[in-house]
Structure formats: structure tokens, C-alpha cells
Design a protein around this ligand. Structure first.
Ligand code: ADE
Length: 356
């Protein structure tokens, strides 16, 4: 039996908060709701075929050799399934999982207790691993490589370093910013996976699977409409499904059709491309306030009164992916397609035709 422990690092505290309905951030209630919809095994997992196949091979090989799995780094945008995969890995290895996050571990002693409690093969899951402090990162080097740590007892003249042996555990790290990890930490992961946005067809299957779990009636076009407007992200797809389900139950006979999904999503301010209020405000600010750009992210964050991290992790990646945004050395620029989508024209602003 797997023993799932959340040591610390409530997702709601660590993930930049984004209010809108398509937000990828999790609050505890959201987390609980999403939990029931998560696949529990690799064979149930839809999408990310390359990642799933390589994990499957690594898990099978390690199991056959009766060895713990090598350390795994999962890289990708919020909501794509990194935490889900960490749990699937632990279940597949028949191991316990202990979950924490980078910001929750301030000092080596915070992680020391966790490390020394790990049994052979246990999975230590560190979400937002790029937010570990440098000292904690360095402390982890020997834990990951030699399965021992140098722990400093006492201070000053009485300081003593003791070597503490550890059981052979598997570290699974999740990050939205692999580039922020130090090279030595990155190099200690034997398995490195990158997760990209999901295709609409994959999200449609995820929506249909979730609708089955929630006992919601949905027709294929209804599922496709939700999938198409979920910004390539299963967490958003499942959240929109729950919002559309509410609408279907109150305003209709409970069945989700394409028309019903469209009305419900419009009410949720999710547009045809799946953009929400913050995405649109972000683009509008670049276009109206900064004449289409280039503009630095700090200036945008100040104008929008949003955390820079929220913009960088949750808004920009999808806008870049769909070609609505360019990142240039001099700053962010909105593209012509973005202007067209919003029905805006940067030239108008220059001519003083658009109010600030
Ligand atoms: N629910 C959320 N993500 C999923 C996935 N990748 N496959 C199946 N169900 C999911």
C-alpha cells in the first residue's frame, strides 16, 4: 500500500495565485476536486506519449532489476500533470510518496528529517524545485548521488559535521523553469522529461473520461468545445467541465452540448481561443499602453498589478505557443494575430484613437 504524505507546501501558498476561472493555480478545494479526476496509472494516462513511454520503460527496467528508479525531473507549464505523474511513478514502483515543495524547504534541516525517514525506493516529490535555496540545492547533491548527507551539528567552535547514510530513494522534481536549476542539480537527474501542451483531441478524451467519473452526460461536440478552449491544459479542461456541468444542471437538462458549453464558457469570460480575463488584460496592456511593445515584464506586472511569476508561468507560455506574443531581447511584443483576435489596432493608439 502506498502511503501518501504531504509534508508541507500547500499548493495554494506556493503557486502564484490567479483568480480567473481558467487559472492553473490550485487552492485546496480545487486540489481535492482535481484529485478524483487524476489517472492513477500510466495506462489510464492520456497524452504526453513520449513522456509516458520513457517512464514506462524506466519503471519496468528498474522493477525487473529490483532497483529504485533513477531520479526524475518533470518540466512543463502548470496544470499539465507533473504531480499526477509523480504519484503514478510511486504507485507503479510500489513505493511511498512524500510530497513537499521548493519554497517550503528553507534550510537543510527542513529536508534532513524527510530524507532520513525515507525507505528504500520511496519517492520524494519536490514541486517547484527551482525555488529551492542554493544551500538546500547543494545539500541535496550528495543525497542524490551518494545517498548520504553531511549534516552540521551545533554551531561555532563546537560545530561538527556528521555523515548520515540514507536509503536509496527516488527524487522526483517538478519545475516550470528548468533553466533556474543549477547545472549540478540538473545533472543529477537520470531521467529528464519535458511536458508540452496537450492536443485538443487528447483534451477531448480527458474531458470525456472526467465526465464519466463525474457522471455527467456530454456529447462529443460538447467535449470538443471544452477541450478547444482549455489552453492545452488538463487542469483547466477539468475545471471548465465542472463549470459547464453546473450551468447544464441549472439551465438545461444536465447534458453538455456544444451550444451549451459555448454559452457557459462565454459567461465564464473564456473566449473562443480559451483566453481568460487576465490573458486579455495582458495583451491589451501591451497593445494599448505600450503601443504593441516591446515592454519589459516588470513594467507589465506593475501596470497589471500582478506578480511577475504569475505572468511568466501562467500567462505567457500559452500566448507564446499560439503566436500571440513574441519575446524579444528588448521585451514582450503583441503580434498582429493577437491584435486581430482582440479587434485592436496598435496604430490607432499611436494616432490617439484609443483611450488609455
Ligand atoms: N485527468 C487529468 N489529466 C489527465 C490525463 N493526462 N489523462 C487522463 N485523465 C486526466
Amino acid at each position: 500500500m502506498s502511503r501518501d504524505k504531504i509534508i508541507s507546501g500547500d499548493d495554494a501558498d506556493e503557486t502564484p495565485v490567479r483568480e480567473a476561472v481558467v487559472s492553473s493555480a490550485l487552492d485546496p478545494e480545487e486540489d481535492r476536486q482535481q484529485w478524483n479526476l487524476r489517472p492513477k496509472t500510466l495506462s489510464e494516462y492520456i497524452g504526453q506519449t513520449t513522456v509516458v513511454e520513457s517512464l514506462n520503460i524506466a519503471i519496468t527496467a528498474a522493477t525487473n532489476r529490483r532497483e529504485p528508479l533513477e531520479h526524475v525531473l518533470l518540466h512543463g507549464s502548470p496544470g499539465l500533470g507533473k504531480t499526477t505523474l509523480a504519484h503514478i511513478i510511486a504507485t507503479a514502483m510500489g513505493a511511498n510518496i512524500i510530497a513537499t515543495s521548493g519554497p517550503a524547504i528553507e534550510k537543510p534541516k527542513d529536508v534532513m528529517g524527510i530524507l532520513s525517514s525515507l525507505e528504500v525506493g520511496d519517492v520524494l516529490f519536490i514541486d517547484e524545485i527551482h525555488r529551492l535555496s542554493r544551500v538546500v540545492e547543494e545539500f541535496l547533491y550528495s543525497a542524490m548521488e551518494d545517498f548520504q548527507v553531511d549534516f552540521v551539528l551545533d554551531r561555532g567552535a563546537y560545530a561538527k559535521t556528521i555523515k548520515v547514510p540514507l536509503k536509496r530513494f527516488t527524487l522526483v522534481g517538478a519545475t516550470t523553469r528548468a533553466g533556474m536549476l543549477s547545472a549540478p542539480l540538473r545533472d543529477r537527474f537520470g531521467i529528464f522529461t519535458h511536458m508540452d501542451y496537450y492536443e485538443t483531441e487528447e483534451l477531448k478524451r480527458i474531458v470525456q473520461r472526467s465526465a464519466g467519473i463525474l457522471s455527467v452526460k456530454i456529447d462529443p461536440k460538447g467535449a470538443e468545445e471544452i477541450a478547444r478552449r482549455s489552453r492545452g491544459t488538463p487542469r483547466i479542461a477539468n475545471r471548465l467541465l465542472r463549470r459547464v456541468r453546473d450551468y447544464a444542471e441549472v439551465e438545461s437538462d444536465g447534458t453538455i452540448t456544444r451550444e451549451l458549453a459555448d454559452i457557459a464558457l462565454k459567461r465564464e469570460m473564456v473566449d473562443e481561443m480559451g483566453l481568460d480575463k487576465l490573458d486579455r488584460a495582458f495583451l491589451r496592456t501591451i497593445i494599448e499602453f505600450y503601443d504593441g511593445g516591446p515592454v519589459g515584464i516588470e513594467a507589465l506586472s506593475a501596470t497589471l498589478n500582478e506578480e511577475t511569476d504569475t505572468l511568466v508561468d501562467m500567462v505567457e507560455p500559452y500566448l507564446l505557443k499560439i503566436g500571440f506574443l513574441n519575446r524579444t531581447p528588448s521585451g514582450r511584443k503583441a503580434t498582429r494575430t493577437a491584435c486581430e483576435h482582440l479587434g485592436m489596432n496598435t496604430a490607432k493608439r499611436k494616432q490617439g484613437q484609443l483611450p488609455l
